[in-house]
Design a protein around this ligand. Structure first.
Ligand code: PMP
Length: 357
């Protein structure tokens, strides 16, 4: 018998890290920022006039687009905003990856890429990271329907120097290359200066990490005017009012507080360096991270065991049960106090475990 079930678009959804409601937990599993957003954001929220909520928001999100464009020294027509960079990336996949040739992305990377490719029926190939879990730019010099990679990569935290990003662009003038810079503010080099040279480059950013605003859902893309027009055409064919009134104010206020932004990022970087040092001392091997998380594997103790023990003790980190990375933990950088508690727990647990053997 025929059924509506025969015609359902079946997908295996992306699974985000859990958001436990535990009061006394240490949450190091979704790469959130441990510090609050700029006080200017709080002020902007206080000044909101709820009466205006009866109106639709500005569909062009002009206030936010202008703030971002001015900040990066770009034209407003070079900036596209969305509901977190997930929304921006989804729109970019739909807009630019429309070829029969496969798009390319790393085998170990942000696990939403293959989900969008499946959802939009875009052919794709995963390009193996090298044995040190680094992207090799040479592997992206072949026929493709588009390229996307995060820089720094997730979940490894490893970054690709700008010269390598440039090499990928030089060998791919005819397809769109998306650089997902979700974590770039924590110490990698941005590809934004290359926009002037390459008309097929799209740089995607988020307010979720370095601007402490994961809950507000703000992401954006920078590219040439034609690309941004193409993105907007698709977005307006999907949902005109993606950015609500509160978000436009909060986002613009955050961009307006450069000092706070720098200070927060510096604090996270400093804590990351301390954490890496401590983890190495405890016998972990690590990728040298340029993000707000570290990717660590212990020689003697399986990552899954550590993940479970940490969880039982209300310390949440991320574990991926996937080939090549199933012995790693991805640990978000929290406050110095949180990281100290993590290190103390690991030190104690590993010593006890060693003693029992
Ligand atoms: N890109 C990468 C590489 C990420 O790790 C994340 C965070 N999950 C995102 C994009 C999406 O972040 P958001 O939608 O919060 O901007």
């Amino acid at each position: 018998m025929k059924s509506w079930r025969d015609n359902v678009r079946r997908v295996v959804p992306y699974v985000p890290g859990e958001q436990p409601q535990d009061q006394d937990m240490i949450k190091l599993n979704t790469n959130e920022n441990p510090y609050p957003p700029s006080p200017k954001v709080k002020e902007a929220m206080k000044n909101l006039d709820e009466d205006t909520f009866r109106l639709y928001p500005d569909p062009t999100a002009h206030k936010l687009v202008k703030a971002i464009a001015d900040y990066h020294g770009l034209k407003e027509s070079q900036v596209f905003v969305g509901v977190g960079s997930d929304d921006v990336l989804a729109m970019a996949f739909l807009t630019f990856f429309n070829s029969k040739k496969p798009i390319l992305f790393p085998d170990i990377t942000y696990s939403f890429y293959d989900v969008w490719a499946e959802l939009f029926r875009i052919p794709y190939e995963r390009v193996m990271l090298d044995e040190r879990l680094d992207i090799r730019w040479e592997d992206y010099c072949r026929e493709n329907g588009g390229i996307i990679f995060p820089n720094p990569n997730a979940p490894t935290g490893a970054y690709l120097p700008l010269s390598a990003v440039r090499s990928i662009l030089d060998h791919n003038r005819e397809t769109v290359v998306i650089v997902d810079e979700a974590y770039v503010d924590f110490g990698a080099e941005t590809a934004l200066p290359l926009l002037a040279e390459y008309d097929n480059l799209l740089v995607v950013r988020t307010f979720s990490k370095s601007r402490s605003m994961a809950g507000m859902r703000i992401g954006y893309a920078c590219g040439n005017e034609e690309m941004i027009r193409c993105l907007n055409d698709v977005k307006y064919s999907f949902n005109s009012y993606t950015m609500d009134m509160t978000v436009l104010e909060a986002g613009a206020a955050s961009i307006g507080d450069e000092a706070y932004f720098r200070e927060t990022v510096e604090k996270v970087i400093k804590t990351r360096e301390w954490t890496q040092e401590q983890l190495r001392r405890l016998g972990f091997t690590l990728k040298d991270s340029r993000a707000n998380f570290v990717f660590a594997s212990h020689g003697q103790c399986p990552a899954r065991e550590l993940f479970e023990r940490l969880r039982q003790n209300h310390i949440y980190v991320r574990y991926f049960d996937k080939p090549r990375i199933d012995n790693y933990l991805r640990i978000t950088i929290g406050t110095p106090e949180e990281m100290k508690k993590l290190i103390d727990f690991l030190e104690h647990y590993l010593a006890k475990r060693k003693g029992e053997r």
